[in-house]
Write a protein that binds this ligand. Structure first.
Ligand code: PRP
Ligand code: MN
Ligand code: MG
Length: 181
């Protein structure tokens, strides 16, 4: 049968680890935003899973909006030049924005996005990402909430794709060699 499991090499973060970490992150966010209404901004498409799960783990009132961006670049590396494919529907004036991402890799997408959202008059702009790669640490962005630091390997699952596939794998994993050949 056509089972995604056949394409998995190694599980890096399990479903259980993700769920447990989300409870911790949500508790920290609830505490930090005690008297504030949060606007969660999910970055399509990778952030759909973490957005859905984080939102339900929170006790704080939230509204949710989405952006789709595309970073121009050669192959798999993003260049830092970002184009908005779908903008927010929400006016950010005086809002407490929490950007939700699945992964920060080079950090170029987010450093552009955070600047862009800050110019729109938001009261605060913070970042929550489920995964962070080592390269991201080199870029000077302050990431308030991080689920897991992962090694510099190509990972899929929990929203992350390879050629648009594997987003629905419920854990974070590396792919078997045969997938690439
Ligand atoms: C991936 C990922 C992040 C971004 C991180 O999105 O979901 O949004 O790349 O890369 P960076 O830190 O190097 O900028 P992608 O552009 O693949 O779109 P997708 O979410 O639709 O898969
Ligand atoms: Mn993405
Ligand atoms: Mg992608």
């Amino acid at each position: 049968i056509n089972d995604l499991g056949n394409d998995i090499e190694k599980v890096l973060v399990s479903e259980e680890q993700i769920a447990a970490r989300l409870v911790e992150l949500a508790a920290a966010i609830d505490e930090d935003y005690k008297d504030k209404d949060i606007l969660l901004v999910g970055v399509l498409k990778g952030a759909v899973m973490v957005m859905a799960d984080l939102a339900r783990a929170l006790h704080s009132p939230v509204t949710m909006d989405w952006m789709a961006v595309s970073s121009y670049g050669s192959g798999t590396k993003s260049s830092g030049v970002v184009r908005i494919l779908k903008d927010l529907d929400t006016d950010l004036t005086d809002r407490h924005v929490l950007i939700v991402e699945d992964i920060i890799d080079s950090g170029l997408t987010l450093s552009w996005l955070i600047q862009n959202l800050r110019t729109r008059g938001a009261a605060t702009v913070e970042i929550c990402t489920m995964l962070r790669k080592p390269e991201a640490v080199k870029v000077d962005i302050d990431v308030r909430y991080v689920g897991f630091d992962v090694p510099n390997e190509f990972v899929i699952g929990y929203g992350l794709d390879y050629a648009e596939k594997y987003r629905n794998v419920p854990f974070v994993a590396t792919l078997a060699q045969h997938v690439y050949s």
